[in-house]
Design a protein around this ligand. Structure first.
Ligand SMILES: Nc1ncnc2c1ncn2[C@@H]1O[C@H](COP(=O)(O)OP(=O)(O)OP(=O)(O)O)[C@@H](O)[C@H]1O
Ligand SMILES: [Mg+2]
Length: 380
C-alpha cells in the first residue's frame, strides 16, 4: 500500500511580491507593522485571485490617535505599487455635506446647471488614471467618515457592498479593482485619556518630559479594544458587516519618532539633490538639532503631525534663504546645530576637509570631533 506523507504548510508565509511590498511599506511607515501586515494580506488575496467577486479588493477601517500614519500608510501603498502618492483619491467626508458638494463626487444629471463643467472626482477615468502596465489597482480614501452626511453615507455603503456607483449622467463606476480605506477619529479621545500620565495606562517612564515613551504591548491591545468598541457602538451593523478589517493604529514611542525624523530628513536631502546639480548641498545635523526638531514637531497627543511642517520651517526655509542669498553653493556641506543658549538653529559651512563627504550618503550625524572642527562652530 502506498504511504502518504503530509507536509505541513505555513499559511502565514507571503508570496515574493507581497513580501517585497511589506518590506517597502515598513521602510516608509514606522511602528505600524500590524496595519502594514493587514494591507499586505489584502493585496496578497487579490494577487491570488481570492478576493470576493463584485466587491472592492478590500474595505479597511483605520482608527487610532491622530498623526500616527493612517493616511501615510495609504499614500505609501500607492507610492509602492504605482509609484505615486497622488494616485490616492482622498475624500474628506466633512467637506461633502450638501447636494452641490456631493455633485463634485458624482457629477450632476444632464441638463443641470454646470453639468458639463463638473468632472466627477469618482469617475472611472479618475479611478484608473494612475494604473500602470502591471498594476491595475485604484486607491480610495474616505477620511473622517463619522462626519459623512446621509447622502454620502449611502453612497459609501453602496460602494463597499457592490463595488459600484451610478454617476449623475447614469454611467456606472466599477470599484472592484479598488482598495477602500476609511479613517475615523472615533475612540481617539478615550485612547488619549488612557494615555495621559496618571490616568488609565500611561506610556512607560522612559519617555521625555512630553511623555513620549515606549508604549507597552498591553497598552496597544487595550487601545485596539477601545477603538473597535467605539466603532461598533457608533456605526450601524450594516456598515460594520461591510468592513473586512478594523485596524487600530498604535501611538508612536520615542524610538519610532526618531526613525520618522530620519525619514523626513532623508526626504529633505533628496529634495535638495533633485533640485539640480547647482543646488547639490549636503545637510548634516547634530544630535541637538535632531532633538530640537523632535521636541517641537511631535507630541504624544498629536503624533508626528507637525514634524514635517517643523522640518520645513526650521530647516528648509532658512536653507532656501541661504541659497537665495548666495551664502552657500553647490558641493557645500551645511552643518545644522541647535544652540540651546541662543535658542535657535545655527547653520554653518563644514570645514574644507569635510567637503569631500559623499553626497550619496547624506545625513550622517557629525562626531564630536567633526563638530569641534567645524568652521565657526559655537558650542551648543
Ligand atoms: N507611522 C509613521 N511612519 C512614518 N511617518 C509618519 C507616521 N505617522 C505619521 N507620519 C508622518 O506624519 C504625517 C501625518 O501623519 P498622517 O497624515 O498619516 O496622520 P493620521 O494618522 O492620518 O492622522 P489624522 O487622524 O489626524 O488624519 C505624515 O505625513 C508623515 O509625514
Ligand atoms: Mg489622516
Amino acid at each position: 500500500m502506498r504511504q502518504h506523507t503530509a507536509k505541513l504548510l505555513d499559511p502565514r508565509k507571503t508570496g515574493h511580491e507581497a513580501g517585497r511590498l511589506e518590506e517597502d511599506l515598513k521602510k516608509r511607515v514606522v511602528g505600524q507593522d500590524e496595519a502594514v501586515r493587514q494591507v499586505v494580506n489584502t493585496y496578497q488575496t487579490y494577487l491570488a485571485g481570492m478576493n470576493t467577486p463584485g466587491r472592492p479588493i478590500g474595505n479597511l477601517l483605520f482608527l487610532g490617535p491622530t498623526g500616527t500614519g493612517k493616511t501615510r500608510l495609504v499614500e505609501a501603498l500607492a507610492e509602492s505599487l504605482v509609484g505615486d502618492a497622488r494616485a490616492v483619491i482622498r475624500i474628506d467626508c466633512a467637506e461633502f455635506q450638501h447636494g452641490h458638494e456631493i455633485a463634485k463626487l458624482v457629477g450632476s444629471p444632464p441638463g443641470y446647471l454646470g453639468h458639463r463643467e463638473t468632472h466627477p472626482a469618482l469617475s472611472q477615468s479618475a479611478l484608473n488614471q494612475h494604473h500602470t502596465r502591471t498594476v491595475k489597482i485604484s486607491f480610495l480614501l474616505f477620511d473622517e467618515i463619522e462626519k459623512a452626511s446621509d447622502t454620502l453615507w449611502n453612497l459609501l455603503l453602496g460602494i463597499l457592498d457592490k463595488a459600484s456607483l451610478t454617476l449623475g449622467d447614469n454611467s456606472k463606476v466599477d470599484f472592484s479593482n479598488t482598495m477602500i480605506f476609511m479613517t475615523s477619529n472615533l475612540g481617539a479621545m478615550d485612547m488619549q485619556r488612557a494615555l495621559q500620565p496618571g490616568m488609565g495606562f500611561a506610556p512607560s517612564k522612559t519617555g521625555d518630559r512630553r511623555g513620549i515613551g515606549q508604549v507597552e504591548p498591553e497598552t496597544n491591545r487595550k487601545l485596539a479594544d477601545i477603538g473597535s468598541a467605539a466603532a461598533r457602538r457608533v456605526f450601524s451593523p450594516e456598515f460594520i458587516n461591510r468592513i473586512d478589517r478594523i485596524q487600530v493604529f498604535q501611538p508612536l514611542g520615542e524610538s519610532q519618532l526618531r526613525r520618522i525624523l530620519e525619514l523626513e530628513l532623508h526626504l529633505v536631502q533628496q529634495r535638495i539633490l533633485s533640485a539640480g546639480a547647482e543646488r547639490a548641498l549636503v545637510l548634516s545635523l547634530t544630535q541637538s538639532a535632531k532633538d530640537h526638531l523632535l521636541r517641537t514637531g511631535s507630541d504624544i497627543r498629536y503624533g508626528v503631525r507637525y514634524l514635517r511642517r517643523t522640518v520645513d520651517r526650521a530647516l528648509v526655509e532658512p536653507l532656501s534663504n541661504l541659497i537665495a542669498s548666495g551664502q552657500v553653493s553647490a558641493g557645500d556641506t551645511i552643518r545644522v546645530n541647535y544652540s540651546s543658549r541662543l535658542e535657535r538653529m545655527m547653520f554653518s559651512h563644514v570645514a574644507e576637509a569635510l567637503r569631500t563627504v559623499d553626497i550619496r550618503q547624506p545625513l550622517k550625524c557629525l562626531s564630536a570631533q567633526q563638530v569641534a572642527q567645524t568652521a565657526g562652530g559655537t558650542a551648543a
